[in-house]
Design a binder for this molecule. Structure first.
Ligand code: ADP
Ligand code: MG
Length: 260
């Protein structure tokens, strides 16, 4: 392939997911065609129930599509047997969820270290790497704190560090700022943007939040399971919201309840 058109990190062709059967059948994702390259922050937006989580789960090989084809790093994963998918996820994909999903009895470093344990990284190396990752997300002073002693924004940054444990080329985040106040939300989106731009990761973030729009290199709009529109940073006017104004919107969780 020519250097001008590097292989997309994710390529979806006519990707569809139907839940249920017979009369209860429901098509949550419909014929999605999509290529996602490295080094970009892609935002996936759409009303509640439009299929954002389902599409992200398909891209992350958590859910299997009912039709279509998905390639991750050039590998057709739709044809792989079920038992191969954990390998793809372990090697290629990091996940960040709205609810953080940290173990309450483990410190920040142990939560991140656990993800490396599961990858067979040796204890000392895992501890050192966990600390490096926590420093990278701005938590140098909170390395040995327990989740209960961390703010929501700090917990989400631990979750990002954990998602980076396997150094994945793909990072998928489902509404990671939804439960956060505006300043914490901004810190999280800035980290995700930096991970895309400086570390050349493909970062895909589902969001409801209009305040994060200016950080996206691409914005994909989903409606009734279909990709209906795309905007790129180049085609959009500069619309970065000043911090004071952003705070005036109220908390991220309030914004989250406002459906488009
Ligand atoms: P979003 O994240 O955009 O809110 P989802 O992907 O969670 O949307 O859901 C899309 C649609 O699929 C919704 O109508 C939802 O009710 C339905 N859905 C989601 N998960 C399931 C499931 N496991 N079984 C049946 N329907 C589901
Ligand atoms: Mg969702």
């Amino acid at each position: 392939m020519s250097p001008k058109s590097p292989m997309p990190v994710i390529r979806a062709s006519e990707l569809s997911k139907t839940y249920g059967q017979g009369a209860a059948e429901f098509r949550a994702v419909s014929d999605v065609n999509l290529e996602i390259g490295a080094g970009k922050l892609t935002l996936l937006m759409g009303p509640s129930g439009s299929g954002k989580t389902t599409l992200l789960s398909l891209l992350g090989c958590i859910l299997r599509p009912t039709a279509g084809r998905l390639e991750i790093l050039g590998e057709d994963v739709t044809g792989l047997p079920e038992q191969e998918l954990p390998r793809v996820r372990r090697e290629a994909i990091g996940f960040v969820f709205q609810g953080f999903n940290l173990f309450p009895t483990l410190t920040a470093a142990e939560n991140v270290g656990l993800a490396m344990d599961l990858r067979g990284i040796r204890r000392n190396a895992a501890r050192q790497r966990a600390e490096e990752l926590l420093i990278e997300v701005g938590l140098k002073d909170r390395i040995h704190a327990f989740p209960a002693d961390l703010s929501g924004g700090q917990k989400q940054r631990v979750a990002i560090a954990r998602a980076l444990a396997g150094d994945p080329p793909i990072l998928l985040a489902d509404e990671p700022t939804a439960a956060l106040d505006s300043i914490s939300g901004r810190a999280v989106i800035e980290i995700l943007q930096r991970l895309a731009h400086e570390k050349s990761r493909a970062v895909v973030m589902v969001t409801h939040d209009p305040r994060v729009l200016s950080y996206g290199d691409r914005i994909l709009h989903l409606e009734d399971g279909r990709l209906v529109r795309e905007e790129s940073a180049i085609s959009r006017p500069q619309q970065a919201v000043p911090l004071e104004e952003a705070q005036g919107y109220g908390s991220f969780s309030e914004t989250f309840r406002v459906e488009f």
